[in-house]
Design a protein around this ligand. Structure first.
Ligand code: PLP
Length: 427
C-alpha cells in the first residue's frame, strides 16, 4: 500500500480533480473505505458523508444487497457491446424505469453519465424536430441558475453569467434564458413571472427545439427550490407549440425531493426525462434518457432511421444489475417515509442556523438541506471545520448544503448539523 503522503504527492503531480488546476493546489482527503453513511480516511478519521458522493449513494456504501448484485453479475458477464446484443439486466432496468417514471415515458436510452444523457436528450429533441419537418428548430430554452453537466449541450444551458461554464460564454451554442423561478417551493406562483416565461417561449417558438429544466430543485447551479406550478405552465406552453419539454431529474430522481421524481410534485409528464446519479445507488456510472412514443416515432421515421448515438459502454450489465438492485431496495421500503423523516431532521438541525451571522437563508426540501451565506464560502476553511466535527461537506459559492444517504441515522443528521454550523462559522 502506498503511504498517504506519497499518494498525495502522486495525486498532485498526475491526477486532475474536478474543475482543478494541474499540478493540484489543494490536498484532497484520502479515502480508504466507505460503509453505511461513513467515509474512513487513510489516517483513520471517520467522516459522515453529507454529500452522498455528489448525491448518488442513497443507500450508503457497501450495502450488502448492492454488493451482492455486482458480485453476482460479475460472475455472469461484466460487459458486452449493446449494438446487436442485449441482456436481461438492461431490459429489466428499462422496463422498471418505464414503470417508475411519469406515465407516457416508454422508451429508454441507457448511457454512461448524466451529462451524456442530457446530450442524448438534446439530440432526441433536435432529431424529433427534424423528423417533424421543422429542422430550423435547433435552440434550447431554460431558466438561469441551472446546471446540466459538463459536455457541450449541457454546458450551453448552464447559466452563462457567473455559472459554472461562464468561461465558455460566446463559444457555446446561443440558447435562450429566462430568469430563475422566483420564491421557494411553497411560495405562491408569481403571475407576472409566469406570463413572461410563456411570452419568451411563444416569441421564440419557431426556433425552439426544446425547453430543458431541472424540475423543482436547481442543484449545482445554486440549490434553489421553486413551485411545481411553473412546470405545469411550461408543459402547457411547450405542448401548444410543438416544443419538447425535457426534465433533467439527474439530481432530483429516486426520492430525493420527497417524490420518486420531482415531476410528481407537478403531476406533469415531460417529453424527455434524464436520470442518473442515484440510479445505481451511486455504485457505478450509468444514466438514461427516457422519451415518449411520439418522440421515438418521429426520430425513427426520420432521416437516419434512428437515434444518432451509441456509446461503447451503453447498457453496461454491471451498472444495470446494481441499478435494478438499488431501485428494488428503494421500492421495497417506505422510501417516502424515510425521506419525510430526513426532511424533519434536517429542518431541526439547520433551521437554528438562520440566526447565525452571515446566514442569508436556510431551506430544506426532502433529503436536501441548504444554508446560504451572504458571502462566498472559504472552501478550505469550511471543509476543514466540518471535518473537525466528523462530517464531509463540499460547499460551493455561497452555499453550504447536504444531501445525505437515506440510511443516515437521526444522530448522524444531528452531527451533520454540527458540521454545517462549524462550516458556517469558519467560512
Ligand atoms: N444534470 C444535473 C441536474 C446534475 O446535477 C448533474 C451533475 O451534478 C448533471 C446533469 C451531470 O451529471 P454527470 O456528472 O453524471 O455527468
Amino acid at each position: 500500500m502506498t503511504a498517504p503522503d506519497e499518494l498525495l504527492r502522486l495525486d498532485r503531480a498526475h491526477v486532475w480533480h474536478p474543475y482543478g488546476p494541474m499540478p493540484g493546489r489543494s490536498a484532497p482527503f484520502v479515502v480508504s473505505e466507505a460503509a453505511g453513511a461513513v467515509l474512513t480516511l487513510a489516517d483513520g478519521r471517520e467522516l459522515i458523508d453529507g454529500m452522498s458522493s455528489w448525491w448518488s449513494a442513497i443507500h450508503g456504501y457497501r450495502h450488502p444487497v448492492l454488493d451482492a448484485a455486482v458480485r453476482d453479475q460479475l460472475g455472469r458477464m461484466s460487459h458486452v457491446m449493446f449494438g446487436g446484443l442485449t441482456h436481461e439486466p438492461a431490459v429489466t432496468l428499462a422496463r422498471t424505469l418505464v414503470e417508475l417514471t411519469p406515465d407516457g415515458l416508454e422508451h429508454v436510452f441507457l448511457c454512461d453519465s448524466g451529462s451524456v444523457s442530457v446530450e442524448v436528450a438534446v439530440k432526441m429533441a433536435l432529431q424529433y424536430q427534424r423528423g417533424a419537418g421543422r429542422p430550423e428548430r435547433r435552440r434550447l430554452a431554460t431558466w438561469r441558475g441551472g446546471y446540466h453537466g459538463d459536455t457541450w449541450h449541457p454546458m450551453s444551458v448552464t447559466d452563462p453569467d457567473g455559472g459554472m461554464h461562464a468561461l465558455w460564454a460566446g463559444v457555446l451554442p446561443r440558447q435562450l434564458f429566462a430568469p430563475p423561478p422566483p420564491g421557494g417551493f411553497d411560495s405562491p406562483i408569481d403571475g407576472s413571472y409566469a406570463d413572461s416565461l410563456v411570452r419568451m417561449v411563444e416569441e421564440h417558438a419557431d426556433e425552439l427545439a426544446a425547453v430543458i429544466v431541472e424540475p423543482v430543485v436547481q442543484g449545482a447551479g445554486g440549490m434553489r427550490f421553486h413551485h411545481p406550478g411553473y412546470l405545469r405552465i411550461l408543459r402547457e406552453v411547450t405542448a401548444r407549440h410543438g416544443i419538447l419539454l425535457i426534465f433533467d431529474e439527474i439530481a432530483t430522481g429516486f426520492g430525493r425531493t420527497g417524490e420518486m421524481f420531482a415531476a410528481g410534485h407537478a403531476g406533469v409528464t415531460p417529453d424527455v426525462m434524464c436520470v442518473g446519479k442515484a440510479l445505481t445507488g451511486g455504485y457505478l456510472t450509468l444514466a438514461a434518457a427516457l422519451c415518449t412514443t411520439e418522440v421515438a416515432r418521429a426520430i425513427s421515421d426520420g432521416e437516419g432511421g434512428g437515434l444518432a448515438h451509441g456509446p461503447t459502454f451503453m447498457g453496461n450489465p454491471l451498472a444495470c444489475a446494481v441499478a435494478n438492485a438499488s431501485i428494488g431496495l428503494l421500492r421495497g421500503q417506505d422510501w417516502r417515509g424515510l425521506v419525510h423523516v430526513m426532511e424533519k431532521r434536517l429542518r431541526a438541525a439547520l433551521e437554528p442556523l438562520s440566526g447565525f451571522a452571515g446566514v442569508r437563508d436556510v431551506r430544506v426540501l426532502g433529503g436536501i438541506g441548504v444554508v446560504q451565506l451572504d458571502h462566498p464560502v472559504d472552501l478550505p476553511a469550511a471543509t476543514g471545520a466540518a471535518a473537525a466535527e466528523g462530517v464531509w461537506l463540499r460547499p460551493f459559492r455561497d452555499l453550504i448544503y447536504t444531501m445525505p444517504p437515506y440510511v443516515t441515522s437521526g444522530e448522524q443528521i444531528v452531527q451533520i448539523g454540527r458540521g454545517i454550523a462549524a462550516a458556517v462559522r469558519a467560512g
